[in-house]
Structure formats: C-alpha cells, structure tokens
Design a protein around this ligand. Sequence first.
Ligand SMILES: [Zn+2]
Length: 391
Amino acid sequence: MEKRNVIKQYNLPIEVKYCNKCTISNQRPRITFDENGVCSACNYAEYKRNKVDWTLREQELIELCNKHRKNDGSYDVIVPCSGGKDGSFVAHQLKYKYGMNPLAVTWAPLVATEIGRKNLDAFIHSGFDHILGTPNPQITRKLAQLAFKYLGDPFQPFIYGQANFPMKMAVQHNVSLIMYGENGEVEYGGDMKNAFRPTREIQDHDKHYFSGMPPEFWSEHGMRLADLKPFMAPTYLEIQSNNTEIHFLGYYKFWDPQENYYYCKEHTGFSPNTERSEGTYSKYASLDDQIDGFHYHLGFIKFGIGRTTSDTAHEIRDGKITREEGIALVKKYDGEFPRKYLQEFLEYVQISEDEFFEVIDSWRSQHLWEIENGVWKLKHTIYEGQGAYGI
Ligand SMILES: [Zn+2]
C-alpha cells in the first residue's frame, strides 16, 4: 500500500512539541502555539474564563433569538443533535430557557449503537420535533470504505452529513438560524479566526471538516452524483437566499462538556455508557456510532493524538483534572485499539483484516513512528517510559 504523506496533507510541523499547560501536541491540524509553548486552545480557555463578560454574551443570545423568533408557529432554529449531551443541551436550552421553537435534526450514525439510539429516543421524548436523515446505507458503506482507504478516516460520510444536513433542513424549512454547540476549531485548537465571533463561514466547511475533499470528490472513484447528493450542502445561492446563519452556543454561554452531561442527565434522559469508550477513560462522550472508535484511532496513527489526549486536554483546560493526571491517563489509555467493533467494522467496509492493517500502517508518518523489535512505537510521547499502547 502506498505510503501517505501525512506531513504534507495536514501541514504538520516536523518537530513534535507538547503544550506546557495541557496534553495536546502541535500535531493537531491547524493548532498554533505561542512563544511560551502554550496552545491556542489553552489560551482560548483562559480568555473564556477571565475575559469574556458572559452576562453581556447572554444578552447577545437573547437578541439573536429575538431576531429569528417566529410567531406563526413555524420553526425558528435548527439544532443539529445526535442525542448526545451537547446538542441536547443546546436544543433544550433554546426551547425551554429562551422560548425558541427548534427543529432538532440528526444525521444517522453509520452503524448505530444501542446506547446512542436510546439516548436519541430519550431526547426526542423530552419534548422535541425531530427529523432523522438517513442516506442509502449501501452508499454510506461504500463511502466509508473509500474514505477509509483514501482519506484514512471511515467516518467522513458521517461528517459530511453532520455539516450539510442541517443546512439542507434550514433551507427546506425556511429557518435562517442554525445553532451548534461548541466550535471545535476554537475550543480544542485549530483555526482561531472564529474565536471572537459567534458565526461560522460556510466556505470554511471544505477546509475544516472535509480535509479539502467534499462529497463531490468521490465521483472520481465511481460514485454517481445521485448517490452523493444526500451528503452535499444546498447550493450557495440557496443558502444565501435563505439568509442562513450558523452560530455556536459556545460563543454565547460558557461551554463546559461535563456540565452539559449533568444537565442532560437531568433534563433529556441522557445516560452514560456502562463502560468506558475504548481508547479513553470517559463514558459519556461520542457514544452513538460503532465506527467512531476507528475515526479516533486513525487520529492517533496520523497525529499521535488519541482519544485520551483529546479528552484530557479539554478536561485540563476546564479545570477538571491536573496536567499530571492527564499525562498519567494518556500513558494508560491513549492509542488503545478499538477491538470491540473490529469485526463489525471489517464487515461494514468489506475489507480483510490484513488489508485493514495495511491501510492503518500507510498513515504512520516517519516523524512520529518507528519500529522497535517488530512493534510500532511512537517516537515522542508526553509521558516518561513505556505507555500501555503508544508503547
Ligand atoms: Zn494547551
């Protein structure tokens, strides 16, 4: 299998550096570090905690709601929501605290988990109108296979729908406001140009979410336009003439994933998993899809950043754990292979186990990985000595 040029594809620095405050490294695409070796996400967390006047921001939210509010009974905000703690928090707050009339929309998981479906049902039952978008599963499966092989991320078809389906629903229902939870680029490190404003530019979608490969790209691999259409955004003209605005609640209200979890446990019937997710220690984030463990694992292979690194980095910024505790957790769990759903995954994307590992290894960049005694090992880790999975 052809070796991938991860450095070039994601514009990664060759020298690996870790943030002095959290556990993230400079290998996260688009993250920046300041002269003190602190990452942009930590600086944003500091700013969010100390500099933002949240009373004023809430006032801005109320004004935004008033601007979009409708009095004829039709929907006035689209809330993308999988039934997880974050989207459910957004929808519930908008409806029950700010008096909006949201339409909750979900893009179907590739392979749903039982707990994910249960949480989505509980959320809907807590009092929402809801639309589920399910594209042809055979096409989704084919796209997941292609995206795994060529992009190193089987989750890409889901990411298309997650970004584009709400826009489609907004246009279809004449709703000009779409409200997401947090802006991942700002909260977790990435392009900071949106840090000081509430909206997202639709033009950035291809760059931030689709790695420069929008759904149309797969027509080169034999996919028909009719197959790809459900994954595509409405036309730019449709988006504009609908006056579509995409906002993040994280701009208006202090964003704290753990608090969202407590909130949804109380208000939307959310339950955490009974066991921790593979590759990390947490039980309440990203539970909906059997495939997403592979999305996180590929992140670990490409960037040396596993799910525990991401989870600990934001928990350190949120003041839930110390950096030392975070490093210990990374040492213990980061890079754990998502074994639980491996068979389902191989069947789903219809490849053999050998082929699977060939694809995985094609994404291991030399600046991050070396082989020692026949075992792949990360060249740089944030912890001393041997880790359980970064070896
Ligand atoms: Zn940091």
